[in-house]
Design a protein around this ligand. Structure first.
Ligand code: CA2
Length: 149
């Protein structure tokens, strides 16, 4: 039986592949979703994939996930660097959380170097382009095998 995992994408990631390809590449969010579904199937994970531009929506999905999901991959986008509320919602989750950034945030502006989400994540994938998503799923699958947080 596959284990349910949630992949959340924060503000503006709906623009992926449509703007700023020099930073974020040419793949669209739909391409990323398709790749995550393929990877999830191979790993025995049932993938739910969502994006919102609204902080409250992301928080509501995280609250729901506490009851329904075994793990979470999140690209919090700009909210990584600003949102205590998102961090608080994530810290109420008992399952493992992997944070993904498509770009290498440490190579960019200073304000992107800090992430509130990293404080509650089991691990962070950053700077691997959209390949970071399937890599995060691989790590999540491994953590779920051992039931570690
Ligand atoms: O590298 C990442 O994945 C980020 O989470 C992306 C965020 C940025 O604020 C973080 O510092 C790093 C930006 C998401 C917006 O994505 C766009 C994609 C294409 C065009 C415009 C924005």
């Amino acid at each position: 039986m596959s284990r349910p995992v949630l992949i959340l994408n924060g503000p503006n990631l709906n623009l992926l592949g449509k703007r700023e390809p020099h930073i974020y590449g040419h793949e669209t969010l739909a391409d990323v979703e398709a790749e995550c579904r393929r990877t999830g199937e191979a790993l025995g994970l049932g993938v739910t994939f969502r994006q919102s531009n609204a902080e409250h929506q992301l928080i509501d999905w995280i609250h729901e996930a506490r009851e329904t999901m075994a793990g979470l991959v999140i690209n919090p986008a700009g909210l990584s660097h600003t949102s205590v509320s998102l961090m608080d919602a994530l810290s109420a989750c008992a399952f493992p959380i992997i944070e993904v950034h498509i770009s290498n945030i440490h190579k960019r502006e200073e304000f992107r170097h800090f992430s509130y989400v990293s404080r509650v994540a089991a691990g962070v994938v950053c700077g691997f382009g959209t390949q970071g998503y399937p890599l995060a799923l691989q790590r999540l699958a491994r953590l779920l095998e051992t039931d570690a947080r």
